[in-house]
Write a protein that binds this ligand. Structure first.
Ligand code: ATP
Length: 140
């Protein structure tokens, strides 16, 4: 059986992750507290739900624990990012990948149990430089 994904936070990064997974045929639950963001992605992903991820009961009601990978793509609201990650960890979800806004934010996320922390702007900057230096390397 193929992996299932839940994406929390549908900004540019989270939206891109959700749409890419969907286009590859994966089951995706997309969650955001902003109804417009939920509406915008509802035709693309398997399920799109409006919820505040800092509300433990709301996450439980979504059955988020049953998904194989949860991506927390909340960047600006560091408090919401940390609280969401902690709630997911305490719920015992399988794998938590979190977008961090800064090195310190990333350190906190690892300390509370994130399995992987990504820094989209920093990581893309590194990739672009590698690509500029070695234009023959195919890198996605
Ligand atoms: P990006 O850099 O990926 O474009 P952004 O700057 O558009 O992100 P962020 O503030 O990082 O926006 O938040 C990403 C999304 O997360 C937003 O759509 C926001 O509504 C959502 N979000 C923030 N906090 C919560 C929360 N507690 N529960 C659910 N969704 C949330």
């Amino acid at each position: 059986m193929s992996k299932t994904f839940a994406i929390i936070g549908l900004g540019r990064f989270g939206g891109s992750v959700a749409k890419t997974l969907s286009s590859m045929g994966y089951e995706v639950l997309a969650v955001d507290r902003n109804p417009q963001r939920v509406q915008d992605i509802s035709q693309i992903v398997t399920h799109a739900i409006e919820a505040d991820s800092t509300d433990e009961n709301a996450l439980k009601a979504l059955g988020i624990r049953n998904f194989d990978v949860i991506v927390v793509a909340i960047g600006d609201d560091i408090q919401a990012s940390i609280m969401t990650t902690l709630i997911l960890k305490e719920m015992g979800v399988n794998k938590i990948v979190v977008k961090a806004q800064s090195e310190l934010h990333g350190k906190v996320l690892y300390k509370i149990g994130a399995d992987r922390v990504v820094f989209p702007e920093r990581d893309m900057g590194i990739r672009v430089v590698h690509n500029l230096i070695s234009p023959n390397i195919l890198d996605y």
